[in-house]
Design a protein around this ligand. Structure first.
Ligand code: ITT
Length: 215
């Protein structure tokens, strides 16, 4: 099934021509926007789980990004009966032995805000010199299709943790993340299109695209 085969049949009924609905198993609006932008080529309609009704966020008990992405995708697939896509992602800081990793969202506590997580990260790094502040974002995406088959894709984005937040866009650790690919800018200084072009999630979504085009 190619990405657009569900919508490419001419001459069918209106129902047959409706785009395939895919639920995005997230409560993070920024992720939905990034996913819609990068996967527009599919012609699919990406609906946030939170827009379909109650989205009781499943507990992310996995020890890896892939395990957690699968937990979220399968929960949404079961709840809504639609194909489901989930991203699990986070920041790995070399000087902190890969932390916060899968705990990125709750680094500063179970109700932590992005600002609190960023503050904890700066505290943890203290006066660690610039050359030892290397880090990467990692994203793993799991798509569970209509026939319950899975497509898994991964992407990384290399950079360095700064000493203070800079930039207004994005979310999470973006304002602290100085990009290796575009020196002198943080991830929070990029538009969605610019971010997708170099980000971990953009890379994972492009890998997903390649898998879909092969299948
Ligand atoms: P869902 O689980 O509902 O998808 P979430 O934000 O909780 O949304 P994760 O469990 O995957 O997502 O946690 C990812 C955390 O990692 C997120 O809260 C940020 O702190 C960080 N993170 C992931 N991608 C990021 C990005 O593109 N920019 C900045 N921080 C990011």
């Amino acid at each position: 099934m190619s990405p657009s085969s569900e919508v490419a049949d001419g001459g069918g009924t209106a129902q047959e021509q409706a785009p395939l609905r895919v639920v995005v198993a997230t409560s993070n609006r920024h992720k939905v926007e990034e996913i819609r932008a990068e996967l527009a080529f599919t012609g699919w309609e990406f609906v946030a789980a939170t827009d379909l009704g109650e989205w009781p966020e499943p507990e992310e008990t996995g020890e890896t990004f892939e395990a957690n992405a699968r937990i979220k995708a399968l929960a949404a697939r079961q709840l809504y009966g639609l194909p489901a896509l989930a991203d699990d992602s986070g920041l790995e800081v070399d000087a902190l032995d890969g932390e916060p990793g899968v705990n990125s969202r709750y680094y500063a506590g179970p109700c932590a805000t992005d600002a609190e997580n960023n503050a904890r990260l700066l505290l943890a790094l203290g006066d660690t010199p610039r050359v030892r502040r290397e880090a990467r974002f990692r994203s793993v995406i799991v798509l569970v299709r209509e026939d319950d088959s899975e497509v898994v894709a991964e992407g990384v984005c290399e950079g360095r943790i700064g000493n203070e937040p800079r930039g207004e866009h994005g979310f999470g650790y973006d304002p602290l993340f100085w990009l290796a690919a575009t020196p002198g800018r943080t991830m929070a200084e990029l538009s969605i299109a610019e971010k997708n072009a170099i980000s971990h999630r953009g890379a994972a979504l492009r890998a997903l695209r390649e898998s879909l085009e092969r299948s």
